[in-house]
Write a protein that binds this ligand. Sequence first.
Ligand code: 2AM
Ligand code: CA
Ligand code: CA
Ligand code: CA
Length: 269
Amino acid sequence: MLDSKIVVFAKEIVRCAGQELKKAIQQEIICTYKENDHRELLTEFDVKIEEYLIHHIKNNYPDHGIISEEKEEKDDLKGYVWIIDPIDGTTNFINFQNNFAISVALYYNSQPCLGIVYDVMKDHIYWAISGRGSFVNDCRIPPRKPPLLRNAIADISLNSIESFYYKEHIKLFDLAKEIRGHRCSGSASLSICQIALGNIDIYISAKLKSWDFSAATIVLTEVGGYYGNPFAEKVDLTGTPITFMASSSQAIYQQVCERYFCLPKVAVT
Ligand code: 2AM
Ligand code: CA
Ligand code: CA
Ligand code: CA
């Protein structure tokens, strides 16, 4: 059973970090680019917020490991490990000053314990302790009632589409025709929380890393949602990019996998 002190601690550092981001958007935000990719933006606040969270975790829980987006070295998943995205939706942070989140998850020997996704500008904390349901601030999120696939809305991260590992085997246009509509919100963790809330049903991205989804998927699974790698590969928690899909139920997940993710046929020799 997770000690309630650690939950209070985690929410507190996330809220305080959020206050810093609210202050940051009062001024001009200067951004650079990561590894010569003009779509992967980086601000001084990605680094500062991450340092802030790591500093407090190390001070309070010195034997815990940390995996985070901007940190150079990555810990393994033995014992307690925090998985951190200091700003999920950096492009939204820069361009809209809205719809970005701080994502913090705690795992124990690779098993989920605690997930916190803080929508800073809405002041909504989505959080879940494994086995004890999901909440937004103090309100319990009810279990998901999945719709028929034809009534679903999907958030598809087009940013990543060119890097789908087997792009000729993904029929996203066919999926878009079958369902009610599609959106692209620019923050993986917030989109996954939108599935938990019942506002959308599917989130797909080709290039997600553990810090993008590890907290939000705890919130999602606690209300009956489902996620995985639609090519049936392992979901890596260390930060290796994976093809990722989350959905409001395992049934919808399987329907989308079967109809729109076609695994290449292996030639028999
Ligand atoms: P980030 O803002 O922390 O980088 C945007 O489509 C969503 O995908 C965000 O959650 C963003 O997280 C994530 N993402 C992961 N890898 C990305 C990349 N290479 N470029 C842009 N967004 C990326
Ligand atoms: Ca990033
Ligand atoms: Ca992210
Ligand atoms: Ca980030």
